[in-house]
Design a binder for this molecule. Structure first.
Ligand code: BG6
Length: 504
């Protein structure tokens, strides 16, 4: 495999939250895959920090089990041996122990000498959001960021704040400690292969760009269906709900990629400048539009073939009378020149009957071709971007059905990228870690993007207190509340469900 590495990539991954789920399931396997694919230089190392006591050997053994299970590539003894020698574990209480930071810095300096990583450190905060600011403050107080040598960057997991107000406070506080260009705020959807493909499809095809506007597009639909419920994350989910867990970040990020203007170049700032304009143009909800254009839901229990699927209120650490949403469907608009009047339908839910994320661009029908009645039966042209589980896209067009009669039929030009490149799509976290050490911020959210997305969310959330919910209102393993179908039907449209069915 070809080496694609510059010296600037020799760095130390410093992971706070080293014993957490994210580190075990995503981060360590992702770094392993990067090494497997020769994307990292010989000289890199990983230092994980956790509060539990463990030796390096115990930690490596634990990581072995998870990497074996979650890595994209098979483990063999030689590879694992090379990789595991680079993993170190340090335990201290990163919330209170200032000496722990001092010792960590000394340890990292030692690693820097040994591994020649030149002061390049990527601090990954894989911890609960309430610890973000404290860790950054401690790093700053101990001169572990903005050093004279190398670079020190901080990757922060979502959620960034829990409301517009708290996000602003957090940002205000951390921006006094580190410069914006060293903050890499994660939205793992931006690391997904097909999300990156949006730019290629939009700006690499003369076919689409001229039609990509209100003159030719009837509506846009973004769907994110999940099979799973909240699993063991009830405590977090009770505060977040689908609004803050999915809409504020992943779904709005997908929308910005679909709707933004062509950036002047592919620089991080140019791309993010355009994305933020979309968020600024997003029409906020009012009491009226909240009532008319939003459907909320929560899954209830259901028994399928004798097997009981629990409802949200029966999940661990969830209140028995919880009114948290696990489903949302809405219609909104982007009030700018390109998109004026084009409805944007977004829906997302947990514990549904499919796992699929897709974006549908529905084109307008041709006007006036009704002299031949067969044309009245033709379908819409659809461009469907299949984000997951299958990656690819298809284009629905109308064509003549073979035969002596002039009959029309809908045909699909279907491209399955994940069938063509089996196992070749990097996991989102691989891409994000790599882009952070390459200093490419375009896959990370800038503060102003977050600020505008929180403003939009706030326009919805402020209506919650005046609205009545009658939960649960959809059964686990079904397609969600009936009302969501009516939401789009009343506009004379329908949700397109194009991804493969995956069962309950
Ligand atoms: C996370 C949410 O950010 O994204 C989860 O917190 C959600 O609740 C997940 O399940 C979905 O990610 P993916 O990559 O499985 O679509």
């Amino acid at each position: 495999m070809e080496k694609d590495i510059s010296i600037e990539l020799s760095s130390i991954f410093v992971i706070f939250g080293g014993t957490g789920d994210l580190t075990k399931r995503k981060l360590i396997p992702a770094i392993f895959s990067l090494m497997y694919e020769n994307k990292l230089p010989e000289k890199f190392t990983i230092v994980s920090i956790g509060r539990r006591e463990k030796t390096n050997i115990q930690y490596r053994e634990e990581m072995y089990q998870f990497t074996k299970k979650f890595s994209r590539f098979p483990l063999n003894d030689k590879l694992w041996n090379d990789f595991s020698k680079k993993i170190f574990y340090k335990n201290f209480d990163f919330t209170t122990d200032n000496n722990g930071y001092k010792n960590l810095d000394l340890f990292l300096e030692g690693m820097e000498t040994k591994y020649l990583t030149g002061g390049r450190r990527l601090y990954y905060l894989a911890v609960a959001p309430e610890f973000f600011e404290g860790i950054i403050r401690n790093l700053k107080n101990n001169n572990m960021v903005s050093k004279e040598t190398g670079w020190q960057r901080i990757m922060i997991e979502k959620p960034f704040g829990s409301s517009l107000k708290t996000a602003r406070i957090l940002n205000h506080n951390i921006s006094k400690l580190i410069p914006e260009e060293d903050i890499f705020r994660i939205d793992h959807y931006l690391g997904k292969e097909m999300i990156q493909n949006i730019l290629a499809i939009r700006f690499g095809n003369s076919l689409f760009e001229p039609l990509w506007n209100a003159n030719y597009i009837d509506n846009i639909q973004i769907t994110s269906n999940e099979l799973l419920g909240v699993e063991n994350r009830g405590a977090y989910y009770e505060n977040a709900g689908i609004l803050k867990d999915m809409l504020q970040n992943h779904l709005l990020q997908m929308l910005t990629m679909i709707a933004m203007e062509p950036p002047v170049d592919f620089d991080s700032e140019s791309i993010r400048d355009e994305k933020v304009k979309v968020l600024r143009s997003l029409r906020p909800f009012t009491s009226k539009s909240f009532k008319e254009d939003i459907v909320r839901g929560q899954y209830g229990e259901r028994t399928v073939d004798g097997v009981k699927l629990v409802g949200y209120r029966q999940e661990e650490k969830v209140a028995k009378d919880s009114n948290t949403d696990t489903f949302i469907a809405l219609k909104t608009y982007i009030d700018n020149f390109r998109w004026g009047g084009v409805p944007i339908y977004i829906r997302a839910g947990k514990r549904l009957d499919t796992k699929s994320t897709e974006i549908v661009i529905q084109f307008k029908k041709l006007a006036g071709i009704n002299y031949y009645k067969e044309f009245n039966k033709i379908g819409h042209n659809l461009l469907v971007l299949k984000i997951q589980p299958q990656e690819g896209f298809f284009f629905q067009i109308n064509a003549k059905k073979p035969g002596n009669d002039f009959k029309m039929e809908k045909v699909e030009l279907d491209y399955c990228q994940s069938c063509k490149y089996v196992n070749d799509s990097p996991e989102a976290y691989e891409r994000l870690l790599l882009e952070a050490i390459r200093n490419n911020s375009s896959l990370f959210t800038r503060w102003d993007e977050l600020e505008y997305s929180w403003k939009f969310i706030e326009s919805i959330e402020k209506e919650y207190e005046n609205s009545i919910t009658n939960y649960p209102n959809y059964a686990a393993g079904t397609s969600g509340p009936e009302e969501a179908i009516k939401l789009i039907k009343k506009d004379g449209r329908e949700w397109w469900n194009t991804s493969p069915y995956e069962g309950v």
